[in-house]
Design a protein around this ligand. Structure first.
Ligand code: G6P
Length: 616
């Protein structure tokens, strides 16, 4: 949450910062701001999007070869001009931008107020700016020689919470200082120039050499070089990595929205996720990232899956897959709940953390708890080099490519693909699956991308249905078995981007409550592909019909029974029912997308949401 960019070098910083902020806007878009020139820094900021800031600055002098920018997801204080970052300390010495939360800000603020500090905003960030300045000036007044870097280090040692920070100080006008604890920061190394950002997307246009900062790192950067230390002022060795991210992967490439592009990318994303791991001809499956711990995994007594949001829904599909294919008891839990109760974790338990971004604060904290308790913690993550893959002992990357639309689509299907392969590999090894079952699943999984392409060809039909239900204010999504998590995901997609209230429910539970809501105004989206509970779901559809609900059914190609009962049907190709989530979720993604567009909603940047949730 919150996007950070910094630049120092020979280019006009403004151009790098604005472009970078636009790439990071998925992290929050409540306000935007930049600061240019290291000495007497000029600050420009406003409530709203980066484009609002750009409009405001048209025609103004924005020259300068050093600067930093911020796009905000509000935590402390409403989205206003005053609360927008950057924040300057009271005597103007320090300017800072921040991603994260300073948990003890209130206590620090009271202390600073007692020392005469005045505040212009309600943010925890301004408290930090003033704390650093206070430490700096107080030591100077006492005759101690404390550099701005020292003051930053001393102040950060007083802080509780999480931060990714970029700081400029008027006494060292040609220097940028970056510090990290809990919130991600990447430094790009060009020739005589440096870039700082919350992720690599603002950087790849200029260089592919990057350093991912570790917790407690402090980087002091000027055009002569970079000095990496930590909070204890111990020198750290920069670990320079090459990133393999292409510019066209983060562009819209002719689509109206990132979300639509990402929905259409799913066949490619799934193929890339199984490529090199699943061999269709030799029926061979190998997950290299699990190799070192595979024996422990296949003999595990228990698997726990932790995640948030859409990744949690993928985890629920994983529960069905693991229990069916491996017969290992599996539980799924919201990371935020897991970390705050006292979960029973035994040594040798397998904990799988799923996260698109690899930065979700609750998931990271849950991983740390599980590690401490002796679990073997694995990661399923989309962003290479993010915090979660670095915190876990082994794992499997989804190769979905950068996901920019705030509502997750291709990351979900790529996560389910990885979970399917994991369950297949373990099941085959521990005899939960027979050789024939395994072979058949290899063929089925291999065929999924082509089947999704067929579904996407029928997007026009989904759009028509969207037009019929776009004005509803409530909706119900029903599914059974593997399709229950898909019902939850479909409902989440609709509420996230179109602001229509939607509930996902196990179809059989409908009669214990939600059925009371059904009338002719209520669209009920039923996942009803052919599987062993088909007859039961047909009965559920009858129950909805008897109450005059508007039925939209996702059915297997050629189904005539449900066609006669439902108001609208969307057909998907036949598949093994364990793989049906990968197909049935696609029309639901399209349905939400079209409804949101028809309602004039900002599909890629829905209100109040952010893609990378680095606060609790
Ligand atoms: C946010 C995003 C969701 C995402 C969730 C978990 O709420 O808007 O799309 O599913 O965070 O994020 P993660 O990166 O851990 O998968």
């Amino acid at each position: 949450m919150c996007g950070i960019v910094g630049y120092i070098g020979q280019r006009q910083a403004y151009d790098v910062l604005i472009k970078g902020l636009k790439r990071l806007e998925y992290r929050g878009y409540d306000s935007a701001g930049i600061s240019l020139g290291g000495g007497n820094s000029r600050i420009y900021k406003c409530k709203g999007k980066v484009s609002d800031l750009e409009d405001q600055l048209a025609g103004q002098d924005v020259s300068g070869r050093i600067g930093m920018g911020h796009t905000r997801w509000a935590t402390h204080g409403e989205p206003t001009d005053n609360n927008a970052h950057p924040h300057k300390s009271m005597n103007g010495r320090f300017v800072i931008i921040h991603n994260g939360i300073i948990e003890n800000y209130s206590k620090l603020k009271t202390g600073l107020e007692a020392e005469g500090y005045k505040f212009e905003s309600e943010t925890d960030t301004e408290v930090l700016a003033n704390l650093i300045e206070y430490v700096y000036l107080k030591n100077q007044n006492n005759g101690d020689s404390v550099s701005p870097e020292d003051a930053i280090r001393l102040a950060l040692n007083m802080v509780e919470g999480a931060y990714g920070l970029v700081i400029m100080c008027s006494d060292i006008p040609k220097t940028l200082i970056a510090a990290r604890k809990g919130s991600p920061l990447v430094i790009g190394i060009g020739s005589g120039e440096y870039f700082i950002a919350s992720d690599a997307t603002p950087i790849i246009e200029y260089t592919n050499s990057v350093i991912y900062l570790n917790d407690d790192d402090i980087a002091i950067i000027n055009t002569d070089g970079l000095n990496l230390t930590n909070l204890k002022n111990v020198k750290q060795k920069p670990n320079i990595k090459k990133i393999d991210l292409k510019l066209d992967e983060i562009e819209k490439n002719g689509f109206d929205h990132y979300m639509l592009k990402e929905i259409y990318e799913q066949p490619r994303a799934i193929r890339d996720t199984y490529r090199g791991r699943l061999n269709f001809e030799s029926k061979f499956l190998r997950l290299g990232g699990l190799h070192n711990v595979f024996d422990e995994i296949k003999d595990a007594k228990r698997i726990m899956i932790i995640a948030c949001g859409t990744s949690w829904h993928a985890g629920l599909v994983g529960e069905y897959l693991f229990e069916e294919f491996t017969r290992i008891p599996t539980e799924v839990e919201y990371a935020s709940e897991f970390r705050y109760r006292k979960p029973v974790i035994n040594k040798g338990d397998i904990v799988i953390a799923i996260s698109q971004s690899g930065e979700t604060a609750d998931t990271l904290a849950a991983i740390q708890l599980a590690k401490k308790a002796g679990a073997i913690v694995l990661g399923i993550c989309n962003v290479v080099g993010a915090s979660i893959p670095r915190e876990t002992v082994a794992g499997v990357y989804t190769h979905a490519g950068p996901e920019i639309g705030v509502a997750s689509t291709k990351a979900f299907t790529a996560q389910v693909t990885v979970l399917t392969m994991m369950a297949m590999a373990i099941g085959y090894a521990n005899k939960g699956l027979s050789a024939d079952e395994f072979t058949s699943l290899v063929d089925e999984l291999y065929a999924i991308p082509e089947k999704i392409e067929k579904i996407l060809e029928k997007a026009g039909c989904v759009k028509e249905i969207a037009g019929k239900i776009k004005d509803s204010s409530n909706s119900l999504y029903l599914g059974r078995g593997y399709l229950f998590p898909v019902a939850l995901e479909g409902a989440l997609k609709l509420k996230e981007i179109s602001y229509i209230h939607a509930e996902g429910y196990p179809a059989a539970e409908m009669k214990h409550g939600p059925i009371a809501l059904i009338d002719e105004k209520m669209p009920v989206i039923v996942l009803a592909t052919k599987d062993h509970s088909y007859d039961k779901i047909v009965s559920n559809i009858q129950e909805v019909k008897a109450r005059k609900g508007l039925i939209i059914a996702i059915v297997t190609e050629g189904d005539t029974t449900i066609k006669e009962m439902a108001d609208y049907v969307i057909e998907v190709p036949h598949s093994d029912f364990a793989l049906a989530p990968l197909l049935t979720v696609v029309p639901l993604q399209l349905l939400s997308y079209y409804i949101a567009v028809m309602r004039g909603c900002n599909v890629d940047q829905p209100r109040n949401l952010a893609k990378s949730v680095t606060v609790e």
